[in-house]
Design a protein around this ligand. Structure first.
Ligand SMILES: Cc1cc2nc3c(=O)[nH]c(=O)nc-3n(C[C@H](O)[C@H](O)[C@H](O)COP(=O)(O)OP(=O)(O)OC[C@H]3O[C@@H](n4cnc5c(N)ncnc54)[C@H](O)[C@@H]3O)c2cc1C
Length: 355
């Protein structure tokens, strides 16, 4: 087994890992990112289709309060646009009543999407890194510290590094990587009770030739207490050349097949918009609960966001050489994209002086 030597080893090529590597790029040190999946982005996954449309299967929206994210987008010259909500929505209050069209109040604090898809942010960050800096398809299985250096072992490779920064969701860090010596109990105990934001969710999206949902005084905004889609929104591109609907699907349907979920999606949408919903161009879905590099069943019941932002994560351990980073560890907006960037910025500031 060959040994890859580097000054800083980042585990995970999601938004935290890529932002950190981007921040470190001008320092006179070597930085490698090892990623378990065959793709980069982690919980950011835009699926682009041949018709120019795209579907966000992971992170989609940002708000004005997400200042770290807005500032990074500005630095990278990426644009945003306002999520269409319309002034009317389809609302299904209860299974015994038919769906209604309701008026929406004016929205003074809109949500924004990233032009070109959220993966545009991921791909832009990666484009600033050098060839071979990101190694994909190599889940780290164990980390050993010996004589002042870490040895991280993946399926086919051994990495030697003075500094290791994990960006894995904390629960996966503690449950899937074997440490020798063990991670400090303060981090281990907290990580074992840290919820991974959106880990249980299912996203579904369809693209269409025309945005028929905007006719007849409605919009693509759907709120249903009946489901299985509780929320859905217009997901057309800002250029208005590709049209779609994208929403959440009840997470407890993770064990049925894609075809079965699609049948339920169409049945629900047909109630609102008629048989034209069956003339979709593409259907995409991601069942995040079935993604082992995002989700693993918890030992005990965890509340949404439980321990997100816990201060135990922001204390480097192993003599200041190991950081448990990632969105869930951030002080501000943990669990969200903004938290991922704030976590990367925090580790960068900590490392900058010592490197
Ligand atoms: C369905 C969904 C909807 C969301 N919607 C929004 C939204 O609208 N707005 C918002 O702000 N946020 C949203 N989020 C949250 C947002 O996606 C995350 O906060 C952010 O992407 C986390 O980035 P991260 O790099 O910290 O973690 P991750 O993206 O989870 O990255 C961790 C990386 O580590 C890798 N990894 C795991 N195990 C190993 C291993 N053993 N070895 C090496 N690599 C490993 C993973 O493959 C992954 O690439 C959503 C998330 C989901 C799933």
């Amino acid at each position: 087994m060959t040994i890859v030597k580097t000054d800083v080893l980042i585990l995970g090529a999601g938004l935290t890992g890529l932002t950190l590597a981007y921040r470190l790029r001008n320092l006179p040190i070597t930085v490698k990112i090892v990623e378990a999946r065959d793709r980069i982005g982690g919980r950011i996954k835009t699926i682009y289709d041949a018709n120019g449309g795209s579907q966000e299967m992971g992170a989609t929206w940002l708000g004005r309060k997400h200042i770290s994210l807005f500032s990074l987008l500005k630095e990278l010259k990426l644009e945003t646009f306002i999520q269409i909500l319309g002034d009317k929505a389809v609302f299904e209050p209860i299974s015994t009543s038919p769906p209604q069209v309701v008026s929406l109040p004016p929205n003074s604090d809109p949500s924004f999407r990233i032009k070109g898809g959220t993966s545009n942010l991921i791909n832009t960050l990666a484009s600033h890194l050098s060839e071979g800096q990101i190694i994909t398809g190599q889940p780290i299985q164990s980390i050993t510290k010996e004589k002042g250096a870490f040895y991280a072992k993946s399926r086919d490779q051994l990495y030697r590094s003075k500094i290791v920064v994990s960006t894995l969701p904390p629960y996966l860090l503690t449950k899937t990587i074997e440490f020798n010596p063990s991670l400090p109990s303060s981090i281990n105990a907290t990580a074992a009770k840290t919820h991974t934001w959106m880990g249980e969710s299912i996203k579904v999206g369809l693209t269409y030739k025309t945005p028929f949902w905007r006719a007849d005084n409605t919009s693509g905004t759907i709120v249903s207490n009946v489901g299985p889609i509780p929320e859905m929104y217009d997901h057309s591109n800002v250029e208005e050349t590709a049209f779609g609907l994208k929403g959440f699907f009840n997470g407890s349907y993770f064990s049925i097949t894609k075809e079965e979920r699609l049948a339920l999606v169409l049945k629900q949408l047909e109630k609102y918009y008629g048989p034209q919903v069956r003339d979709y161009l593409t259907y995409e879905e991601t069942v995040w609960r079935n993604e082992p590099y995002t989700f693993m069943a918890y030992d005990t019941h965890l509340l949404p966001h439980q321990n997100n932002g816990h201060p135990a994560f922001r204390k480097a351990c192993f003599s200041g050489q190991f950081f448990a980073a990632g969105s869930e560890t951030a002080k501000s907006h943990p669990g969200y994209m903004d938290g991922a960037i704030s976590s990367a910025n925090f580790v960068f500031e900590e490392l900058k002086g010592s490197l």
